[in-house]
Each structure stands twice: as C-alpha cells, then as structure tokens.
Design a protein around this ligand. Structure first.
Ligand code: SF4
Length: 668
C-alpha cells in the first residue's frame, strides 16, 4: 500500500517547501507540495515536482569508489565503505604528520540546507584542526550592507506585501527563485497594487510586472541614489519619520546626493533621467511601497554598498511606518536553534587559517604554507560553481592532492576525486530545516531507506571520527539526537508548544526576537544612514570590479526555473527545458560581430574561454549578455562552463563572491 509522509525541500532556496512524499515498497514514487504548509500551500517549483526522479535516478552513486584513471577522467572501481574510510584516515594521518592538519581543507556550502546535515562536518574538521572554510559564496554582502544601515534589526514579514500598493521586485527573478514571494506579489497586484521589476534583462518576472526597468549590471546603487536625489530635491521626504528614526540623512543630503542627479545616474544605470525621476516620484507618493531585493545584485565589487544604498529608500519616505511598506532581503533565524551544539566550535584548539571558498583556485594552486594536500568536498560541486574554474581545475589536477568527494552524482568535481563516497538524498535522512524567505521551520524523518550504500553527511563524519581513533562521545550521537540538541533549550523564538509541534514534524512559524519594524537594533537605536564605524561612513556610488577590465560586454550569469546552481542537471526533462548552455545576446551586438542565432560562439576574458550556443534575444539589452544555469561539463559544447569567466575577487563587504561582476568579448 502506498503511504504518504511529510518531508522538506532541502535545496538552497528561500522557501524550504513542505513536501508530501508517496512511498511504495521503500521507493518514493511521487512528490507534491504540502497544502497545509503555511508558505508552500501546495505549490512546488518545477525542479522538485519530480524529485523522485532525482532520488531514484540511474545516475545515483550507490557505492564508494576509488580512482583508477587519471584525475578528471572519471574512471573508478568500487570499494567497500571500510576500505574507503581506512584509506581516507590513513592518508590524513600521513598528511598531518608531514604538513600539519591545516593541509586538510573541507569544502561545502548549501547543497542541503538541513541544520544537521549541512553543518555535519564542522565538528569533525574543528577537532582535526583543518583549515577553516570561509563560507561566503552566496550573499554575505547583502548582510554587510543591511548591517551597516540597520544593525541586527530583524527582517519584516514578507507576507506584508499583501498590504502594499507598490511592489518592487528589485534584482530578483522571483518567478524562478522565489515562487511563493512571486505568488504573494502577484496576489497583491490582483488586489490593486502596481508591480514593478528592476533587472538587467527581461526575465519572466518582468513579464508578470506592470512595468519592467532594465538597468546595467551592477548599477542598482546608482539608480537608488538618483531616486534619493529626486525625492530630496522635490521635498518628498517623510521628514517626521526621518527626524524620529534616521541618523545622518542630512549628511547624505549635503555630501552625496548633490552629485547624484538623474542625468548623472542615467549615464551609469542606463535609464533615462526622466524615468529615474518618475520612479522616484511614484515610489515616494505610494502609500506603502514594498521592495523585495534579490541576491544577484550583491555579487559585484560594490554589492554591500548597493544593498545599503537601496535600503535608504524606505527610510527616506517613511515606508517602514506603514503596514505593507518596507524592504525585504531575507530572514535570519540564527537565534532560533543553538547551532553550536552541532558545529562544536569548542573543539577548535589552535587558531586555524581561514580559506575563502571564493578563492579555492588560489588555495589549491598557490601552494601556501602548508599547501592544501587534501580536499574533502561534501554536498558541493566547486569544479562547476566556484569562481575561476580554470584555477580550480588546475588545483584539482594536482597529482599529490588527495581529494575526497561525498556526493549523490558523478559531478564535475567528483571526476577529480581519489575517493568518491555515495551520499543520501534528503528523503533518506532526518533533519531540521529553517529558511531565509520567511520565519517557518520543520523537522522531518527519513521517508525511505538509503539508495544503495549511500550514507548521510553525519554518518560519514561519525565513521571518519572512529577511523581516526577518536573516543569523543559526540561522534556516536545519531542525527535524531543532534536534532534533539537543537530543540532542547528554552528559546524566545519558539514556545514549548511550537517546539513540541516541531518534534512531531509539523511546519511551524518562529517568532523573531524583537518585533520587526518597531525598533531599530543599531548602536544609536536609529536607522544609520550615517555610520561612522564603517570605512565608508555614508552610502555613495562605488564602481564594480569589472568596469576596469576593459571587455565590451557585461556577462550576466543568471538563474533558471529548471536548475539551482549546478543541481538538477541529472534530470533530463529539466535539462531539455533549458535547451542547452546558451548565451543570450541582443541583435545589435550580434550584428556588430556578424553572429547568427544558434551558432556556437566563444566568450572570453583574461580568465578563460567558454563555448556557448548563441541565442539572439530582444530580452537582453545591448551591451549585456546572459547565460542561465551552471551546466555540468558533460552537457556543454566545450570543456568549460560559465565560471571559467568569473573571478576570485571579493565584494566590498562580507568577502562575498563577485560571480556577476564579469565582462567578456564574444566571437564566432
Ligand atoms: S526549490 Fe524552493 S520553491 Fe522549489 S520546492 Fe524547493 S523550496 Fe520550494
């Protein structure tokens, strides 16, 4: 008899959807959205609608493997778990004896978002004394920009969008990356709100908006400054709100805004001065304007400043004081669960070095002291997703580098491994999930047994701890016992009743530690437009990195509804919906280069060369080219994908990646 069990989507997406999984004879046969989940309400994205095809894909790795061919050739032979663990531990013991434990580098990010399995390696690598990985590939610049202005003020409830009369989806293709945010925005529109989209090319989100405004990549801060200039010049500021709630708006007005006229900002962002003026007036005159900000606009050299500048807009017009008004970047529920009970920072004895995950290529090739002699990758695919792919692959090709990859599929990274370990999918292990698109959380149990000999992250680290001869009781706990540690304490984020519902697998809403929009958790108690603790005390115009690189086209790596970074390429149906690894280009740029739709083209810059199929599209403005998704090498025309063109440079705040800050030339 089929049975239905609750689970949670584990992928790096704001929503952590509630799933209903149909199980027959130990196999997942169908997956649907949980209609009783407060955010999901039955709606899943196309990626997860057939998650059972991922879970039971014939491509799943089902047994440990040892490399028998050259690095990258993907030639392996099966071995037992015992042999795999013994090999890894004995290699690490030699590495530690010869070079010290810092010669071991873990690499992981958000391949699974569950608090236990995502963070399962921290305790192990803290105890062994490995180099620490600075996990900053996504959007730490967003946090840095918000913090500079708003301190630790919690995010507003994004559901407030329903009360807004002007919704702005700024730098977010919500139709692809935040489908429930998109549903709520279009619901507000049906209720009478206007919906604007601001982006760098015409995405499906733009199609669903009343108006779309296309700007040059990385120029969002210029647009915001131009709008602030007009709002101040035309006396559209909410002076009462500013005097009660904002620190330093006078300094911004006196020192920065005079040089940010619509004409000046037009030259940078590409919108006409008249359009900037209209945007400013309509924004300021809206009753409760709501901005939802994406993450992509932070992946530039000026990313933190961009967030800080745009976030001045609701302060300028007093949007925060109105139900439905404000700006939403994402929730942070870090206080809700005592994560240190899983990550065990207390195991750190020395002061291990920090390696940026955005500079893996440098870490593997610029042989520091000690050099990285072993790389352990789990639920991540750095050969595809890390910047500067050529440097990463040069590093992975080092014969003396001992690489272990724990994965569900033979990814681009796994092909370079010395040992490959088969990983469970989220349906095969328990976990506790929170999310960053709202305030909900949910615990789930395994819905099916492991596929083949797959093991979870936590199980493998327990085996490795035993293999290293450690007698630490922590590594004998089960994943469910770790979840209990996360639930055990008294916590203002969740009442005892909420915690009990969590224990029973129900989706619950957490309560932020302070009521959003009621007080500003900054040192001054005000929104700090002027923040003298920052290197840049005021928001101002900052250039991107790539402006100085000298290639004529801005390359925009972008999202697709049918993949999530390099995840989901195992599903042929989803792949075929993306067609192939395309480069979208405006006809003006194509004609100037004598290029035709459908031909293979080469995009290049100082870092690399990548072959794409050209798609001539009026959805992309002249001067910008777009590619969606992070393709696996086996499905692309050449042997390098988009990140052969992205750099290891970091953002202005938060040491984030600058994956969107790229210029290229394109040839036939
Ligand atoms: S990827 Fe996002 S939208 Fe899709 S099912 Fe998972 S959480 Fe929901």
């Amino acid at each position: 008899m089929p049975a239905t069990t609750r689970s949670v989507c584990p992928f790096d997406c704001p929503d952590a959807c509630g799933l209903l999984v149909t199980v027959e004879n130990g196999r997942a046969t169908a997956v649907s959205g949980d209609p009783d989940h407060p955010i999901t309400r039955g709606l899943l994205c196309p990626k997860m609608s057939h998650y059972e095809d991922t879970v039971h894909s014939p491509r799943r790795l089902t047994t440990p493997l040892r490399r028998v061919g050259s690095k990258g050739a993907g030639e392996f032979e099966p071995i037992s778990w015992e042999e795999a663990i013994a090999t890894i531990c004995s290699r690490w013991q030699v590495t530690i004896a010869d070079h010290g434990a810092e010669a071991i580098l873990p690499y992981s990010y958000a391949g699974t978002m569950g608090l236990v399995q995502r963070n399962a390696g921290h305790a192990f690598f803290n105890k062994i004394g490995a180099s620490q990985l600075e996990r900053t590939i996504c959007s730490p610049a967003k946090d840095a920009g918000w913090k500079a202005l708003m301190g630790v003020t919690p995010a507003m409830d994004p559901a407030e969008v329903e009360g807004s009369d002007l919704v702005i989806l700024w730098g977010i293709n919500a139709a692809a990356t935040s489908i429930h945010g998109m549903r709520d925005a279009t619901s507000a529109r049906r209720g009478g709100a206007r919906l604007w989209a601001i982006d760098t090319y015409r995405t499906p989100t733009c199609d669903a908006a009343d108006e779309a405004f296309l700007i040059r990549p990385g120029s969002d801060g210029a647009l915001a400054l131009g709008m602030l200039h007009v709002i101040e010049r035309e006396r559209l500021l909410d002076r009462d709100f500013i005097s009660a709630n904002v620190l330093g708006f006078e300094e911004l007005t006196a020192q920065i805004l005079p040089d940010c006229s619509p004409a000046q900002m037009s030259a940078i962002c590409g919108l006409s001065a008249g359009v900037i003026e209209r945007l400013a007036r309509e924004y300021a005159r809206a009753t409760a304007p709501f901005i939802r900000l994406g993450s992509g606009l932070t992946r530039y050299g000026n990313g933190a400043m961009t967030v800080r500048t745009i976030s001045c807009l609701p302060a300028a017009v007093g949007a925060w004081a109105k139900p439905g008004g404000g700006i939403f970047l994402g929730t942070s529920t870090g206080g809700a669960f005592p994560l240190q009970t899983v990550t065990r920072e207390d195991f750190i004895t020395d002061d291990p070095r920090l390696v940026s995950m955005n500079q893996l290529g440098a870490a593997l090739t610029e042989l520091a002291d000690p050099p990285v002699m072993s790389l352990y990758v789990y639920h991540s695919n750095p050969a595809a997703i890390a910047p500067d792919q050529n440097a990463v692959i040069r590093g992975l090709e080092r014969e003396e580098l001992f690489t272990v990859v724990h994965e569900r599929f033979m990814t681009d990274t796994a092909r370079y491994a010395d040992i490959v370990l088969p990983a469970t999918s989220s349906l095969e292990h328990p976990d506790l999930y929170r999310c960053y698109g709202s305030y909900h959380a949910q615990r789930c149990s395994a819905a099916i047994p492991p596929v083949g000999k797959a093991k979870s992250n936590w199980e493998v680290f327990c085996l490795l701890a035993a293999g290293m001869g450690w007698d630490e009781p922590f590594f004998r706990l089960s994943a469910d016992e770790l979840i209990e540690l996360l639930l055990v304490d008294e916590n203002p984020w969740r009442t005892a009743a909420v915690t009990e519902r969590l224990r029973h697998g129900e989706p619950v809403m957490l309560t932020p530690h302070t009521e959003p929009k009621k007080e500003w958790l900054t040192p001054s108690g005000k929104i700090e437009v002027l923040n003298v603790r920052e290197g840049e005390p005021l928001p101002r115009l900052l250039p991107t990195h790539a402006e100085r690189d000298g290639y004529p086209l801005r390359l925009q790596p972008a999202t697709t509804p049918f993949a999530l970074n390099s995840s989901f390429y195992e599903q042929g149906d989803l792949r075929s919906k993306q067609n192939c690894m395309e480069l979208q280009m405006n006809r003006v740029d194509a004609d100037a280069r004598n290029l035709a739709d459908g031909q293979t083209v080469t995009a290049c810059n100082d870092l690399g060369t990548v072959r794409f199929t050209l798609r001539i599209s009026e959805r992309v403005p002249a001067g910008t080219v777009v590619t969606e998704g992070v393709w696996w090498r086996e499905f692309i025309p050449g042997d390098r994908s988009v990140n052969a063109l992205t750099s290891q440079r970091l953002t202005d705040g938060g040491r984030g990646s600058t994956l969107y800050d790229v210029t290229v030339e394109v040839r036939g």
